[in-house]
Design a protein around this ligand. Structure first.
Ligand code: MLT
Length: 269
């Protein structure tokens, strides 16, 4: 489906009924990253899965920043007339989820932060983002996808699940260059979110693939350590999965999210 927002058109899926849960994909990906979770959870909750600006079926024009992505998602919620939702983001989607908390905490009922980090970029990482921007502009999405793929999936998926690896590569290679460049700029320039984590007051689950080399388990644990006790912080480690845990071990991630959502429902009962 397409939502005609004020400044962009946003591609999204909206399935199921009840508690709204928004799923945000990572860099170089699109909403199909969350297909398993959408299909697994739509009988329990309302799954809203957008393409971020510049990805999938959404418009490609800027400006691009984590704040802009966050405001786009809020605009989608407004258009759908949803007051509050659980926000679940993987990697760059997690950066967007934290920006949403910073800017619109009253719209968030709970957070699931998957394979992401709260720190900003080091000087070296910023330089690498700038090099990737040049690569995207010169050689297009497939060249960036080739550089991204080794870090995206874990060792086990690389060895045993060629179809998962091929599916993720195809998703990355079809993204528009304008969106890739915009996302790289937004990630390069994003603020540190550690203070944001420490300010969260809603239940929060952190998920990480045990084979994630981009945002490893230690990074996820550091996020959990920053979360206030009132958020009932919990770390769910997904064995045999890397950075794209929701695609590599989809059932395990869907189960972890389902359990978290049930705990929210029982806390409210
Ligand atoms: C992602 O998967 O969204 C990216 O790897 C995040 C990043 O590069 O920081």
């Amino acid at each position: 489906m397409i939502a005609p927002l004020h400044y962009i058109r946003m591609g999204y899926d909206d399935d199921g009924a009840g508690l709204p849960v928004v799923f945000l994909h990572g860099f170089l990906l699109d909403r199909t990253l969350w297909t398993h979770q959408r299909l697994a959870l739509m009988s329990r909750v309302r799954c809203i899965v957008p393409d971020l600006r510049g990805c999938g079926d959404s418009s490609v024009h800027g400006p691009y920043s984590m704040d802009q992505y966050a405001d786009d998602v809020i605009e989608l919620l407004n258009w759908l007339e949803i007051d509050r939702a659980v926000i679940c983001g993987l990697s760059m989607g997690g950066y967007v989820a934290m920006a949403m908390w910073r800017r619109h905490p009253e719209r968030i009922a709970g957070l699931v932060l998957c394979d992401t980090r709260a720190t900003a970029e080091s000087a070296a990482a910023r330089e690498e983002r700038t090099r990737r921007i040049a690569l995207a502009e010169a050689e297009g999405a497939p060249a960036v996808a080739e550089r991204q793929l080794p870090g995206l999936v874990g060792k086990t998926s690389r060895e045993r699940s060629p179809e998962v690896v091929a599916g993720l590569y195809a998703m990355m290679a079809r993204q528009p260059v304008e969106g890739i460049v915009g996302a790289l700029q937004a990630m390069r320039d994003r603020p540190d979110s550690r203070q944001t984590l420490a300010s969260i007051t809603v239940p929060t689950l952190v998920i990480v693939g045990e084979e994630d080399v981009l945002t490893p388990v230690a990074e996820a644990q550091a996020m959990v350590d920053l979360l206030p006790t009132a958020t009932a912080p919990r770390l769910e480690r997904i064995p045999l999965a890397g950075h794209a845990s929701c695609a590599e071990r989809p059932a395990a991630v869907s189960f972890a999210i389902a359990e978290f959502l049930s705990s929210l429902a029982s806390a409210r009962a």
